[in-house]
Ligand binder design. Structure first.
Ligand SMILES: [Zn+2]
Ligand SMILES: [Zn+2]
Length: 394
């Protein structure tokens, strides 16, 4: 059994740091995490962290593309390309995310992901499942997605998606007709059930919660506020998705911590209110990640809506943001720089918390004996130096 040993670094565990740690792996799994001192097995391949950090690999549940490709391009080649790009940014587990689009486009995306999931020995982020995100968005909260590609959920349509067996995260706006049946079907498939691109009221969120909804996509972006619910439903003013998520301890949510979408006080607020076990970091990255500034399509390369990347973030033609162009390593650095969250909390939000919420925490998400050897070496400034997925260098 090939053994692999990470030494000379600070290990980042969910509850704290272990200085001068040794992370021992064998046969693609973590065997032991502890302090240096015990002797390293002679035959082990040694990875010297050079005084940096030994971190669990990142997990991204909301990501559209990178390196010029979008998962909605609908080809296995595009899927491989995006996975390779995000692996370079430390993401070892990825949930390819659909946009709005025609049913045939969404099916092609699901099928190409299913195909790549079966490939053995492929380099790049491991696909743990697909996030069925579009098309079931509210008309007034469609954001940068193509508006023609949105619709209300219908059983025949989403059962076709669920039947592929790869959907593990499922989004629908709570106020749409048929939303509760969608949530129940998604829960039956053991998905993380989420409400996004929605102008839902507290009452609609409470009904959704009953049907199994437990998560809200990119907090503060394309979601309801008290003011937006008043515009839709009048007075008396009612609670919105924001209040519901903050008041309900079971609800989790996510932030796009690229420094462009949310100000530092909002990032800090989200972490303080929800805590590291209910807040996730996501990239929400599009195809402009690792690409020069310019014009790109969001979603399908064939007919996705246009946006412009300025090299920092995407912009829709109407002047609103069109998702991020940064990898998870950038989000981790921003959370460290802009908030008072400790490193172990920041890393948890990018690894163990998404693993727990999607039901894969027994396999991955932290440096613990028995889990897959998904391990990163980061330098002291949290830049990615080495990436290992299942004990294999990426
Ligand atoms: Zn979105
Ligand atoms: Zn998105």
């Amino acid at each position: 059994m090939s053994s692999l040993c990470f030494i000379n670094g600070t290990a980042v565990l969910p509850g704290g740091l272990v200085e001068d740690a040794v992370v021992e792996c064998a046969g693609g799994r973590i065997v032991r995490v502890g302090r240096a001192g015990r002797r390293v097995p002679k035959a082990a391949q040694v990875v010297d962290a050079q005084g940096g950090y030994i971190s669990p690999g990142f997990i991204d549940i909301h990501v559209h593309g990178g390196a010029g490709a979008d998962f909605m391009d609908g080809t296995a080649e595009a899927v491989r390309r995006v996975c390779a790009a995000h692996a370079r940014h430390g993401t070892t587990t990825i949930f390819p995310t659909t946009t709005t689009g025609r049913p045939a486009q969404i099916l092609a995306m699901l099928e190409s992901c299913a195909q790549v999931m079966k490939e053995k020995g492929r380099a790049g982020s491991r696909i743990a499942g697909v996030h069925l995100y579009g098309p079931f968005f509210a008309e007034d909260k469609v954001g940068c997605h193509s508006a023609e590609g949105r619709r209300s959920p219908s059983f025949a349509e989403y059962e076709g998606y669920f039947a592929t067996g790869v959907v593990k995260v499922a989004t629908c706006a709570a106020e749409l007709p048929g939303a509760q049946a969608f949530y129940r079907a998604a829960r039956k498939r053991r998905c993380l059930v989420t409400c996004g691109h929605s102008n839902a009221s507290w009452g609609e969120m409470a009904a959704a919660f009953k049907a199994g909804m437990r998560h809200v996509d990119h907090f503060w972006c394309a979601m309801s506020s008290v003011a937006s619910v008043r515009q839709r439903l009048g007075v008396p003013m009612q609670g919105s998705m924001a209040e519901f998520v903050l008041a309900q301890p079971e609800m989790s949510t996510e932030v796009i911590a690229d420094g462009c979408h949310l100000s530092p006080e909002l990032l800090e607020f989200a972490w303080r209110m929800k805590g590291a076990s209910r807040l996730l970091l996501v990239t929400d990255a599009n195809r402009a990640l690792d690409m020069p500034a310019g014009r790109y399509r969001f979603g399908s390369g064939e007919d996705g809506s246009w946006f412009t990347s300025d090299g920092k973030v995407g912009w829709a033609p109407n002047g609103s943001l069109a998702s991020s162009i940064m990898g998870m390593d950038h989000m981790v650095r921003q959370m460290m720089k802009r908030t008072r969250a400790p490193l172990w909390d920041v890393i948890r939000m990018a690894s163990l918390t998404p693993a727990e919420r999607t039901g894969i925490a027994r396999r991955t998400g932290s440096l613990e004996a028995g889990k897959l050897a998904d391990v990163l070496v980061l330098d002291r400034r949290l830049r990615v130096r080495r990436v290992f997925a299942g004990g294999r260098p990426v």
